[in-house]
Design a protein around this ligand. Structure first.
Ligand SMILES: Cc1ncc(COP(=O)(O)O)c(C=O)c1O
Length: 454
């Protein structure tokens, strides 16, 4: 599953230049089969549990195919009325599915990183409408806040927006890896006293390392008290809001200025498809809309032009695959799949809890389990041991998992998200993990490093 190649291997199997003469599709496909899958890491395999596992499902593949066949560019409404309006319709359906009301206006971006960048661009524009980068020209610096567990895309967005190295203030997370609203309030007060201007706060519903959920309502209170833009990163976790019984975990997100949910993460839509919702559509447009003469149209003022809501002019017809998936599975089909994944994760967590020597780092609110095998070892040795267990399992080719480091400890992450993952895949991963722990754990511990027993 993990590509068994070294950097440069794949490139080395290809000619230096494009062929002078046309080649047959048959030959091209033969080469594809022989060369590309062996040099690919198979994200679409049901035994893929790394990062956040994803799915490219049949309706989504069909949608992608037709998107390529149509090849429309939805920059302004008339350049593709269907793509423009289906984006609004499909995102309206998705919003209702996750319990958000019609006040949210959605656009599809490539990734959550872009969605968060755009949300924070709107926040910056609202805080400093003249677009002068605060911090320069003697203006007070703008500050964005997020917990220590927020995704690195927040750092990238802040850097890209020119808010400087101190533009993002990370608030230490609590014992369960959640943003502490009291610590956030203190940080804001301190910044205000220092002449820094608080602009936005990012909360996460489903952090990357542990899937922890920040207390959104309490943070919304702080954001409202200080007039901050509230952005909710629900890139992964947002999918779970399709289940009414999981909705309380998201309480307060309806008060956000912007929310990102990635259908390409846990909603069975192929890469790439990231939904950005904003409460005030004009605020997003204010940061991005700019119309050169050649793009003015007779529909201006009475139709949505997607180019007004982001950096890119050209836009793919991404809504098609989302629409196909929502229809082909139906709301109940999506709920069933998400529910099954959460149930599989809970079962895996119960196996970890019941096995001597194994431990978990965090609760399992969604479909991610974070765990390790320590077997009585101290930290440096346990860290190295878990890296070796992980490498051994990944080398098996039967399962793929990834790692995280929390407070100096290495943990293994098992994320369930592929539509085809069944109990037997999760059981197999658990067997492989225990076998790897037995093989690696029987190594002799010498000081801080583990060495194979002779
Ligand atoms: C919580 C969270 N936010 C944002 C991202 C970035 O997602 P993308 O790859 O769509 O930019 C990730 C990636 O896994 C994530 O886990």
């Amino acid at each position: 599953m993990l590509a068994d190649v070294q950097p440069g291997d794949f490139r080395g199997s290809l000619p230096e230049s494009a062929p002078e003469d046309a080649e047959s599709l048959e030959r091209i496909l033969d080469d594809f089969e022989a060369l590309v899958p062996p040099a690919s890491t198979h994200w679409n395999h049901p035994g893929f549990f790394g990062y956040f596992a994803i799915s490219s499902t049949p309706p989504s593949v069909l949608g992608e195919l037709l998107t390529a066949a149509l090849n429309v560019n939805a920059m302004v409404w008339r350049s593709s009325p269907a793509a423009t309006e289906l984006e609004e319709v499909a995102l309206g359906w998705l919003a209702r599915l996750v319990g958000l009301d019609d006040r949210f206006f959605g656009v599809i971006n490539d990734t959550a990183s872009t969605s968060t960048l755009y949300a924070l661009a709107a926040a910056r524009h609202r805080a400093a409408p003249d677009s002068t980068v605060a911090g320069l020209s003697g203006l007070p610096s703008l500050r964005v806040y997020a917990s220590s567990e927020a995704h690195s895309s927040v750092d990238k967005a802040v850097q890209t927006l020119g808010l400087g190295r101190d533009g993002l203030r990370r608030i230490p997370a609590d014992a369960q890896f959640r943003l502490d609203p009291a610590a956030l309030s203190s940080a804001i007060e301190e910044d205000l006293r220092a002449g820094v201007r608080p602009a936005a706060v990012v909360v996460t519903a489903g952090t990357t390392s542990t899937s922890s959920i920040d207390p959104i309502a309490a943070v919304a209170d702080v954001a409202e008290a200080h007039g901050l833009w509230l952005h909710v990163d629900a890139a992964y976790g947002g999918a779970a809001a399709v289940l009414p019984e999981r909705r309380p975990l998201f309480t307060g997100w309806e008060r956000a200025d912007s929310i990102v949910v990635n259908p390409h993460k846990w909603l069975f839509v192929s890469l790439d498809c990231s939904a950005l919702y904003v409460r005030d559509r004009a605020a997003l447009a204010a940061a991005f809309s700019l119309t050169p003469e050649y793009l003015t149209t007779a529909e201006d003022g009475r139709a949505v032009h997607l180019m007004d809501y982001g950096l890119a002019l050209g836009r793919r017809f991404r809504a098609l695959k989302l629409w196909f998936v929502l229809r082909a599975y139906g709301a109940s089909g999506i709920r069933n799949r998400i529910e099954r994944h959460i149930d599989l994760a809970r079962r895996f967590a119960s196996w970890v809890d019941g096995e001597p020597g194994w431990e978990r780092a965090a609760p399992v609110p969604f479909s991610l389990v974070v765990f390790r095998y320590a077997g009585g070892r101290g930290d440096p040795a346990a860290n190295e041991l878990n890296q070796r267990i992980l490498d051994r399992v990944n080398r098996s080719g039967e399962a793929f998992l990834s790692h995280t480091v929390l407070r100096g400890r290495t943990w293994i992450r098992l994320a369930i998200g592929n539509a085809r993952t069944r109990i037997e895949h999760v059981e197999r991963a658990w067997t492989l993990l225990r076998e790897a722990a037995e093989a690696e754990g029987s190594a002799v511990v010498l000081g801080d490093s583990i060495q194979e027993r002779p």
